[in-house]
Design a protein around this ligand. Structure first.
Ligand SMILES: NC(=O)c1ccc[n+]([C@@H]2O[C@H](COP(=O)([O-])OP(=O)(O)OC[C@H]3O[C@@H](n4cnc5c(N)ncnc54)[C@H](O)[C@@H]3O)[C@@H](O)[C@H]2O)c1
Ligand SMILES: O=C(O)C(=O)C[C@]1(C(=O)O)C=C[C@@H](O)C=C1
Length: 378
């Protein structure tokens, strides 16, 4: 490069550095304001996640961006990322305690991943939490003594036996669980305890950082008035609640979880059997393939027992998976027959069935793919 061009470039880069530094100062200012919002919300018991405020703020900022020739999507992306940071920071000041006159809460399996997260959230909300983990059964009576709520968060395979092993709880004690399947645990809780019972399925892992926008499925067991405060508390943490009948939940989970994880498992198993060179695959991968590898690879970074239990716990999951295999074979047959027209006809039929969702999913995935590409190092 000519010397003049080098100097011009350096001068411009210095100015960009100045702008970026100003952005950092502005971000610091924004975060300080958000921390103050967090403190006000904590006092007032307002949920961390404010969807209406977000929608109106985003709409205004998008318009303002357009007026000065900046892509509205760019501004929306930046603001959404900043708001994600806000949820994390607002969490640190704690949460309003919805029920102030509560006796201690016991988390069975509280040293585990999800039990640990609920321990943290309940403690941040001012509750007294005790843990009953696998080596504490000789003190179970004392730990559960006077408890106002017992939350079971143990591996799926031992959940029912753990519930049946619990000491007799006070009639007004709430018995809840966080298990990924719901029919059997809810039935076991109803059989083991006379008082209020609720099944919860947090649809997220322990690494979410914040519960803002996360989903918790609620399966009512008995005496829902008694645990209404708990649902309110979860909403204060920012999560959304979806009510479902336990059987309906388990049926939906066959497709949402059991089959999803099983497919990822087979995908990874196949890569292993083919002895695929992951470095090479990554080198040649488009963002969508990288994302797919990330989704599959992340399964194998997690607990084998949890995912095995999720797949095995669904009584009818093998039927759903067998149906899937049948469809795979049907599609393979079309491919083996070289029947291009039939393949296209099936493709269009499925596309028509997806309807407007296809477009919606395309838009959503576009952003994910762009960020997958942004985080590429090479
Ligand atoms: N981890 C997730 O992503 C996730 C998401 C949604 C729901 N869940 C559900 O949460 C529950 C716990 O999962 P996790 O991932 O936290 O598991 P985990 O293995 O991290 O924790 C389980 C805890 O239970 C304890 N435990 C085991 N046997 C026990 C016994 N007999 N008595 C008392 N404690 C016992 C373990 O010592 C451990 O502390 C499961 O039912 C799972 O389906 C997990
Ligand atoms: O305005 C609020 O209520 C905030 O908590 C701040 C903020 C933000 O970062 O702008 C964060 C989270 C909310 O969902 C909406 C907005």
């Amino acid at each position: 490069m000519q010397e003049k061009s080098t100097q011009d470039l350096e001068r411009l880069r210095d100015q960009i550095d100045d702008v970026d530094q100003s952005l950092i100062s502005l971000l610091r200012r924004r975060m300080d304001l958000v921390a103050q919002v967090g403190a006000v919300k904590h006092k007032a018991g307002v949920p961390i996640y404010a969807p209406q405020r977000e929608a109106s703020m985003l709409a205004k900022r998008r318009n303002e961006a357009q007026e000065v020739g900046i892509s509205p999507q760019l501004v929306e992306d930046i603001l959404r990322r900043l708001m994600r940071e806000s949820y994390l920071n607002e969490k640190d000041v704690g949460f309003k305690q919805i029920k102030t006159d509560l006796r201690p809460i016991v988390i069975v399996g509280g040293h585990g991943q999800l039990g640990g997260l609920f321990h943290q959230m309940l403690t941040l909300s001012g509750y007294e939490v005790r843990i009953l983990d696998k080596h504490d059964w000789d003190q179970a009576e004392a730990i559960c003594d006077n408890a106002s709520m017992v939350i079971v968060s143990v591996p799926i395979s031992v959940t029912e036996s753990v519930i049946s092993r619990l000491p007799t709880l006070a009639d007004d004690c709430i018995l809840a669980d966080l298990t990924s399947v719901k029919s059997k645990p809810v039935a076991a809780m109803l059989a083991a305890h006379k008082g209020p019972v609720v099944g919860l399925h947090p649809m997220f892992g322990p690494d979410v950082g914040s519960l803002a926008k996360q989903l918790v499925v609620v399966c009512h067991g008995r005496d829902s008035d008694a645990y209404q405060w708990l649902l309110e508390q979860i909403k204060i943490w920012g999560a959304r609640l979806a009510e479902a009948d336990a059987h309906q939940h388990d049926e939906a989970m066959q497709l949402v979880q059991a089959m999803r994880h099983f497919s990822s498992f087979v995908y990874g198993y196949n890569l292993y059997k083919e002895n695929a060179d992951l470095d090479v695959l990554l080198q040649f991968s488009s963002p969508i393939y990288r994302l797919e590898l990330a989704m599959v690879g992340r399964l194998f970074a997690q607990d084998a027992e949890l995912y095995t239990d999720i797949i095995f716990a669904q009584e009818h999951s093998h039927d759903a998976i067998a149906d899937y295999l049948k469809r795979y074979q049907e599609a393979l047959k079309i491919l083996q027959a070289g029947d291009r027209d039939q393949f296209i006809a099936t493709f269009n039929e499925v596309g028509k069935w997806f309807g407007d969702f296809a477009g919606q999913f395309q838009r959503e995935s576009r952003n994910m793919l762009k960020s997958a590409n942004d985080s590429r190092q090479i």
